[in-house]
Design a protein around this ligand. Sequence first.
Ligand SMILES: [Zn+2]
Length: 582
Amino acid sequence: MTLENDKDLRELIRKTALLNALQHGGKAQAGALIGRIISERQELKTKAKDLSGLIGKVINEINSLSSEEQKRIVEENWPETLKKEKPAEEGKGLPPLPNASKYQHIVTRFSPNPDCVLHLGSARAIILSHEYARMYKGKFILRFEDTDSKVKRPVLEFYDRIRDDLAWLGCKADEEYIQSDRLQIYYEYAERLLREGNAYVCTCAPDQFREKSLAKKPCNCRDLPPAEHLERWRRMLDGGYGEGEAVVRVKTDMEHPNPAVRDWPALRIIDPKYPHPRVGSKYRVWPLYNFSTGLDDHLMDITHIIRGKEHLTNKVRQEYMYKHLGWKYPEAIHYGRLKITGAFLSKSKIVQGVREGLYTGWDDPRLATFAALRRRGITPGAIGKMIIDVGSKTADVTLSWENLYAYNRKILDPISDRYFFVSEPVELNVRHIPKVFKAKLPLHPEKPERGFREYTVTPTIDGAVFWIAKKDADAAEVGKVIRLMELFNVKIESVNADLVKASFASEAYEDVRKAKARLIHWIPKGEEYPCSVVMPDNSKVEGVAESACKKLKPDAVIQFERFVFVRVDKNDAKLTAYYAHK
Ligand SMILES: [Zn+2]
């Protein structure tokens, strides 16, 4: 039987080619198929030539279909082969890493440029990388990628701030590297690539290079002998070229369909008038992103790179370099974009805004920096849980602040003591109070063991005076009964802008429960303590808190009843609290 007539074989090729096409943007790759088919049909080893002819035919047929069509055929015939991306289920934890068993030690990394503090946008890379390292008892590396002293200039204070942010998130690194300490290593590999003819020093004007590259043509430098390139390389290091006059390029396939992949730039000159904040003007030649990152991932034994899918092209670029060096590319997981509605400002906008005084600092509540979230009482546990529930799926995910607040509320609610805060206080005068009342207010409604705040209401001949919030005063209606929470019921007699008058109605809550009387919070006059709450838009709500708040320590997170959860920021003759969420 000829291969052509082997129906089963044809079907196997078709299936393998379709799956391969789906993985490669609609185009099946012949090279990969031959190996795969032979591994299933060992007897075809001796007929590789015929087999490759048949595969070629099938591929032509498959590659002429649209991706949708390919997917439909697979769905109809081999639905079990389509890996379904299930939505993250809360509390399920992370799925296993691909090929984890192939590695003795799992090593992941987070590699920020210290040109800004960290913000929520980095949470996914940090938490997934850290969590996976923990899951496999592996290693989590922090690598500062600080090799651009001109455009994405690193700033000394951010190295420490980033370390602090990671510690706060509970993602402290097991090992740390700083790329500006590693220039000699990068130079060594640059030389090796140049010597072996896998890289070259291009002195073309950028426009000239681009024009050739777009036409899939080598520039005039590419094919010069390695000796010439090593000589040019010396000149780059010695100052014989100025900034922009020479760049080391890694050789790729000039026919690669994506022009941005073709002979990508690996190292360039930065004028020493832009000194590096750590190493000053010691170096003129600096690696570009793909070069230093690509080398370091291998040299640091990273087994799994976990990063956004915007890096997919970088993988393609770096794989050429890995091939030149005889290295195997790490496993790479490219997750989709995580958008948090209204949360993101670019790093440069944050830096500029803080420098210009538009923001009060890195922890301005209008920012989504970790410093700001920390100040507002958002817990690292909530951020971690949200990120792990979202997982590493490739689909884009949009969350809102409310999603994050919901995670945080679950953490704060059981542990936060309750207090009263009266915003824009208005006096409430209650007359005809029959006796002395002792109010015993639980610090937590479900946890009496946490204790109580106690206030004694001793009426005089003019009654007793309380502070109530302006919005409660505004809502009061003459003749209606309202309840002062955990105290007694009063009947409203008159309402003025700065004074509400009422008389004692009764004590028991049962008396007003059926009438659905409003429950309002209150503070006895004399027990008030000045307090301001900083809101997410950096405006302030002024008011008074109850005197029991005097003992609160900075960093305590409490709930102001009927208002919001807040974090105590300062408590020094006045309480300043930051709004967390409702
Ligand atoms: Zn050139």
